[in-house]
Structure formats: C-alpha cells, structure tokens
Design a protein around this ligand. Sequence first.
Ligand code: NAD
Length: 497
Amino acid sequence: MSTTISHWVNNKAYPGTSSNTAPVTNPATGEVTGEVSLANIEDARAVIDAAAAAFPAWRDTSLAKRTAVLFKFRELLEARKPELAAIITAEHGKVLSDALGEISRGQEVAEFACGIPHLLKGGFTENASTKVDVFSIRQPLGPVGIISPFNFPAMVPMWFFPIAIAAGNTVVLKPSEKDPSASLWLAELWKEAGLPEGVFNVLQGDKLAVDELLTNKAIKSISFVGSTPIAQYVYATGTAAGKRVQALGGAKNHAIVLPDADLDLAADAMVNAGFGSAGERCMAISACVAVGPIADDLVAKITERATTIKTGDGTKNSDMGPLVTKAHRDKVKSYVDAGEKDGATIVLDGRTVEADGSADGFWLGPTLIDNVTTDMSVYTDEIFGPVLSVVRVDTYDEALELINSNQYGNGTAIFTNDGGAARRFQNEVEVGMVGINVPIPVPMAYYSFGGWKNSLFGDTHAHGMEGVNFFTRGKAITSRWLDPSHGGLNLGFPQNA
Ligand code: NAD
C-alpha cells in the first residue's frame, strides 16, 4: 500500500499545494511503498515562513528550557530507536543493526548539544580599560537550512539540527527524496519532547526546494551533505546569496596496508569498511593500497572473509542489504563491467550474487577487484557501492602520493605496527579524517566531521565546536557604567587608560 509522505510545519504534517510527487521504494523488494511530495515554490515558502515566524520566541527561550527539550528528545530517541531503524531499513535498505548504529551516532550529537549552556559561554574581561569591561556572546543566526543525502537519513540531519536548535535557531530540513520518512518520525519526536511549533520543519522536495532554501532571504545558513557536483553548486549559490554555507561532498577513501601490518586484522577492516552498508557510506574504504610483497596474501584474506558475507533483506539477519535504487545498482554494476573490460582482475564478483530476498530487490554482492590502476574508472570515480579495488604499489611514498593527488580528501586509514610510519602518515596525508588501524575514522560528536579538497566546500566541518560556531554569530561588547570621572571631550582614538 502506498502512502503520501508530506512536509512538516508547526508540529503537524503539511500536505502543501503541489501535485508533484516522487516514488519511494523498498530496495529489498522493489515495491513502491510511498509517494513523497515535491514542493513547489509556495510550499517551500510556507515552510520557511513558519521557521522565520518561530525564531524570535525560540531565540529568547532560556537555555534551561531549551536544554530540557533536548534532554527529552534524547531520552525518547534512546527508548524508541528500533522504530526509526525499521523505517530506515524499509526505505534505504541497510540492515537493521546498521540502521541502529547510524541512529546512535546521530544521538551522540544530541547528547553533545545537551551541554549547550557550557558550549555557548563567552569570555569576560573586567577593567580592560579603567572601569571598562569587555565581553563576548554568541547568538543564533535565525532560520537555517539543512539538505541531506540518502545514505544516512537520520544521522546526517542529526549532525546539524540538535546543535542548531540548542543554539536558538529554527530549522528547515530538506531530506533526500529517496528515503524521506525518517525526517517525519524525528519531527514527531521533537513535538513529543515539547519543541514549540515552527522550530523544526521538514520540506520535502527536489532541486526546486533546494534552490528556494539557497536564495530565500529568511534562511541564514545552509548545511549540505551530498555528492561533490551538487555540494559545489550549493556552496556557490548559497554564498552568492549572502549565506554561510558548509557543503560536504563525495569521497574516495584509501586504506594503506604496510608490509608490517597484521594482515588478518587489516583484512577484517577492509571487508567491514568496504562492504558495510553496501559501500554506501561517505567514509567507506573503496581503494585498498597494498604496499610491497603482502598483496597476494592480503587479497586472499579479504576474499576468504568477503565470501562469507550474506547479502539479503535488511530485516532478515543479513550482513549486507541491497543498493538504494535500481538505477544506482545498475550504475555500480556498470563500473564493475568497466573494470573488467579495462583489464582489472575480478576476484569476487557480486554481479552473480544469490541474495536472501525478493528477486525484485536491487542486489549486488560484495565485489573485490585486484590489479586496479589509477587510469581505470573503477579507481577514478566515487562508485558508492560494495566494490573494493586493490591497487598494488611498492613503497609508502607511492601510496601517499596516490592519496594526496586524489581530488577527494574525506577519510583515509593506514594499517601498520610501525608507530613512526603512522605518525609520518598522520602528518603528511592531505585528508580531513585519518584512521590509524581504524578503517572508518568518524570523529565523535565532540570533535568535528569533515573532509578536505573536493570533499568539503566552505571551511567549517560538522558538529563539535565547529558546529556550535557555525550556528552562532559572535558579538563583542564593550561596556562602561558612567560616573563623573568619565566626563570631558576627547576626539582621539581610545588608547590604554
Ligand atoms: P546527492 O548529491 O544526489 O543529493 C543530496 C541532496 O541534494 C538531496 O537532498 C537531493 O535532493 C539534493 N539534490 C540532488 N540533486 C540536486 C540538484 N541538481 N540541485 C539541488 N539539489 C539537489 O547525493 P546522494 O546520492 O543523496 O548521496 C550520496 C552522496 O553523498 C555521495 O557522493 C556521498 O559521498 C555523499 N556523502 C558525503 C558525506 C560527507 O560527509 N562528506 C556524507 C554522506 C554522503
């Protein structure tokens, strides 16, 4: 049965006036389960107007009251996350345990945001000049826009909105049209937690909705996560309209395995980071760089492990689910075809997988490709599927050069038992998030998440103190309470006194 997935305004579902919709599919069955509304300009403006109207009262709500709502939101999420995981699996396809993991990583940001009174504390200098005090405060921006990708329908929005709301902003979230229902469940949760009307709103839609967020004067900032071409467009358009923008883009994450590494642990890590969530993670390892004589052993160990992965319906105890849409599955498959044609060795072929699920699901099994060279499309492009390429090099320097000359710089990892080599790598590699014997080094909520180069447009990463700064503006106040000693005219520039 197909349901309509609408916008959310003022703590209730809002159907809007547009008759445009897009189908939402269960990737494990191929069945269309819903139709998501695609906003027209009037719908987009109605949602933005609600966020703007709610801002003055929310910004003036005390920190004590705001944090009470945040604590409640966190408690409800902790208690009810299996409900949200089921929604994510039904529209995204990832296995339930992975969906729960994504929620927990988002929840961490809500927990961080519960400490907002401490995070917003300013500085105070008494008697900077005689009887003159100087202090600093941070204030919210206004209504802010969040535009998220399909691959983390709960975690990525939660990288931003708990901090934005805690800091006193109001939010318009534009989720991916591929898996939009998680946003509405989160909106209901905010309502139950006591968030006032208009503080958290959801705008469903496509480019038209995004463009309105980017150009509407009421929206003060944009937090975007998605593919690199769109991130670049969002950054250029949003900043041209005078907004602050953080736009996180795509990735091609390399893991270097040095000859002294523990190959069993490295092989486990390659399989987990290459095939977890069917490779649809911006921190997935898609290029394994085998250094020196270990390549044959490493490929054998990865193959042995990857062969045991059970691909199937995410609700049925599988290790790996389907890809998000048929079109995406076909695109990923075409990269495997191209790699084969280009002369790489297909060691494990996911194209022939027998999945535990409906014949109409969007399946592709774990695929391992060896002897990949840097001119092949399977190496140059972000594939975003369960395809792990092995590139063989002779030295650490060659491996480092591969990473530093890549257009992306999101995540990377090194596997070694040599502390000196690891330390050299952390210093020399041009990537925003680095793992040392850790394949997916996603920083905790109190640090900030973000890449370098074409993986981030703007200069501010997500969450942590960078998130707090992004969602607030600093103000420095110089204050003097007048007394008779302050009289007299002096037109000179104030100096030390
Ligand atoms: P996408 O770029 O297709 O879509 C992201 C958002 O942009 C969606 O809300 C979508 O509706 C909107 N959008 C799509 N086309 C648009 C257009 N022409 N104009 C305006 N808006 C448009 O990305 P996706 O396929 O949903 O997600 C996968 C991508 O996201 C991958 O490239 C992945 O690496 C990246 N990603 C990056 C990070 C990170 O932290 N760097 C995290 C997660 C995902």
